[in-house]
Design a protein around this ligand. Structure first.
Ligand code: NAD
Ligand code: ZN
Length: 394
């Protein structure tokens, strides 16, 4: 830091005084796979981020936000687990449609009413990506950050939304436009929640697993390929094959996130499938899920790469075929020129002046493009609109 001079000099523009402030912000959080997170025999949830650090006695007083559908299935277990009379369970209707500032304000209001201690009573968020994003954002701004724990109950939450440090909500029609980087105390992953998750939402999460396979892990892709038709059931039952796939996907995701947690580097392979998807996802908020929009985007990006001969036709075909076999869409009618142009325009702003569009170069590898034209995108869309058949690119 620059020292203040003993005698201030006569002010001229060239000797303006300045102070450089520089500090590091350490972040440590644990992503934990456990079974039966709501069993009273498993005290993990109440131990995380509690009085260890403050030395005060912890009475298990917690403010717990639970997504309404999750509460419908798990109310008995949740009520039993958070039995301390000082705890409060707040049920929130957190969907893509309600993931907005109003939800954040309601959450903050609950924090005020409950009067959480600033450091030692982590807020607990139990639900899908929508609930965790909104509650995480509220926790990041309440008193400029109170600790929180994520307990994802969807596959997408387990492999993606629950394990990074991003929080946020939609603003108007703009997907995740407001948010923060705020690490949770921990993310507690329990795949037994998937037993009640609708199949469509399991496929939705598989889209993000497929994304990690395509850009970073050919073995994971192979595993997905060989289990494609039974994967949904396997996830619902937490079968050993599905657990291996889920854990490998988490591992790859964390390897990519950790060196770039605050997204200083905007060339991110984990953004594969997230170039065109934010626009088409917001057009049909109730009808097209996040992972479905990502699947469409991944196919468009793959065809663009194939047409440029950056990826072999056989590999591109395998990607599109697997997307289809998992039961995810490869294109939809919202991929119009106007929407694709809007997506290209917005992504350049989002990625600070360059497109930085991740595209696969082989199964398990990716590169970035900065010069994709609308015409190329539309040709890829037209290609994908054709009746789908495996081997179609050949
Ligand atoms: N923060 C991040 O890094 C990040 C990453 C990826 C996605 N996201 C966000 O996550 C959101 C999508 O998350 P999502 O796919 O989990 O959707 P979601 O939160 O809407 O949950 C999906 C549906 O499943 C229901 N549900 C949740 N758990 C259940 C269970 N165990 N049993 C039965 N029903 C259950 C919910 O009621 C909801 O209807 C998007 O808004 C996306 O932007 C955030
Ligand atoms: Zn995503």
């Amino acid at each position: 830091m620059v020292q203040l001079p003993d005698q201030p000099s006569t002010q001229r523009a060239e000797d303006s005084q300045y102070w450089d402030v520089s500090a590091n912000y350490d972040v440590t959080y644990r992503v934990i796979c456990t079974n039966g997170v709501l069993l009273s025999s498993n005290p993990l949830l109440l131990q995380l981020g509690s009085s260890e650090k403050t030395g005060r006695e912890d009475h298990g007083r917690r403010l717990v936000f639970v997504e309404s559908e999750v509460f419908r299935f798990y109310s008995d277990a949740i009520n039993r687990f958070f039995c301390s009379e000082d705890s409060r369970i707040v049920v929130l209707n957190a969907t893509e449609k309600t993931k907005n500032m109003q939800l954040v304000e309601n959450t903050v209001e609950q924090m005020i009413q409950f009067g959480i201690n600033r450091r030692s009573e982590p807020v607990i968020a139990i639900g899908g990506g929508c609930l965790m994003d909104a509650v995480g954002f509220a926790a990041s701004i309440y008193r400029r950050h109170v600790p929180y724990v994520r307990v994802p109950t969807t596959l997408l939450g387990i492999v993606d939304a629950g394990i990074g440090i991003k929080t946020g909500v939609n603003f108007g029609n703009h997907k995740n436009r407001i948010g923060s980087y705020c690490a949770p105390v921990a993310a507690v992953l329990d795949t037994t929640f998937l037993a009640t998750l609708p199949k469509r939402h399991i496929r939705n999460g598989l889209a993000e697993v497929l994304k990690m396979a395509i850009v970073s892990d050919a073995t994971l892709f192979q595993l997905l390929d060989s289990h494609a038709l039974t994967l949904v059931k396997a996830c619902a039952e937490s079968s050993p094959a599905s657990l291996r796939i889920i854990q490998l996907s988490i591992q790859r995701m964390l390897e990519k996130l950790e060196p770039n947690l605050w997204e200083k580097d905007l060339y991110r392979v984990v953004d594969f499938g997230h170039t065109f998807s934010p626009v088409i996802e917001m057009i049909k908020v109730d009808r097209l899920l996040h992972g479905e929009a990502v699947a469409i985007d991944m196919c468009i990006s793959t065809v663009i790469a194939a047409k440029r001969q950056l990826i072999g036709i056989a590999a591109a075909d395998r990607i599109i075929a697997l997307t289809n076999r998992i039961g995810l869409p490869v294109i939809n009618s919202d991929c119009t020129a106007a929407n694709m142009q809007a997506a290209l325009d917005d992504v350049v702003k989002h990625r600070d002046g360059l497109q930085r569009i991740p595209v696969p170069t082989a199964i398990g590898e990716a590169t970035f493009l900065n010069d994709v034209s609308l015409q190329e995108v539309m040709e890829a869309c037209e290609y994908l609109q054709r009746p789908f058949a495996e081997g179609a690119l050949q």
